[in-house]
Write a protein that binds this ligand. Structure first.
Ligand SMILES: *[C@@H]1O[C@H](CO)[C@@H](O)[C@H](O)[C@H]1NC(C)=O
Ligand SMILES: *[C@@H]1O[C@H](CO)[C@@H](O)[C@H](O)[C@H]1NC(C)=O
Length: 195
């Protein structure tokens, strides 16, 4: 489990070489960012038991395509259909939680915190709320401006067998153990939400 998150962190780090992430990135500009987001996620979870699963899955989808850059949150525009409107979008129903968190953060520290960081923090909080482990989220991700529905074909398909899944994960530097941890936690959180 821990190793998956370490891999995810390394993974998001290498996608932004030149922009090193750090734990205290918002120390001066938005010191309470973590507690603001945690409260929004916890309030949402009280009313919507599927929110944690949605948030973890959304973070995973975001990171798998173009790195953890918030591209999953962008809307379709003109002729461009965004990732969120691509076919594997059915479970990405937790956008409203990120919208609320973004509003709450903006009201205290406008134009400082990236949506990609908000999503990364919300996903961590969601796992903790669901009884999972906690981890430190390095911050400083930049929001991407590109989001294409066609890129969602890079996501592992629900029909993938274990060797295809393993290959898809390994292309992003994630191990079989990481795959097991992510699948296990997604399953556990979904089971808790729907039982
Ligand atoms: C999901 O994608 C389909 C197209 O594949 C689109 O029609 C639908 O509106 C999308 N749903 C959401 C919640 O974005
Ligand atoms: C998984 O699917 C691929 C492609 O269809 C196939 O080549 C491979 O043998 C399958 N592996 C297993 C373990 O079933």
């Amino acid at each position: 489990m821990a190793s998956m998150f370490i891999s995810l962190l390394i993974f998001s780090f290498f996608f932004f070489l030149g922009t090193p992430l750090s734990s205290n990135y918002y120390q001066n500009t938005c010191p309470n960012v973590e507690s603001i987001i945690k409260k929004v996620v916890s309030d949402a979870t009280r009313n919507d038991k599927t929110a944690p699963a949605g948030l973890l899955r959304m973070h995973f989808h975001d990171c798998f395509i173009r790195g953890c850059d918030g591209s999953v949150l962008l809307n379709s525009k003109g002729k461009n259909t965004a990732e969120k409107d691509g076919p594997p979008n059915v479970s990405l129903h937790a956008f409203y939680v990120i919208d609320k968190a973004k509003k709450a953060v903006e009201s205290v520290c406008p134009s400082v915190v990236s949506c990609a960081d908000i999503l990364a923090l919300a996903a961590r909080d969601a796992v903790v709320l669901a009884g999972g482990p906690s981890w430190d989220v390095p911050k400083g991700r930049k929001d991407g401006r590109i989001s294409k529905a066609s890129d969602t074909s890079q996501l592992p398909a629900p029909t993938f067998n274990i060797s295809q899944l393993q290959q898809s994960f390994s292309q992003r530097g994630l191990s079989l153990e990481d795959l097991a941890a992510l699948s296990g936690w997604l399953y556990t959180i979904y089971a808790r939400a729907f039982h």
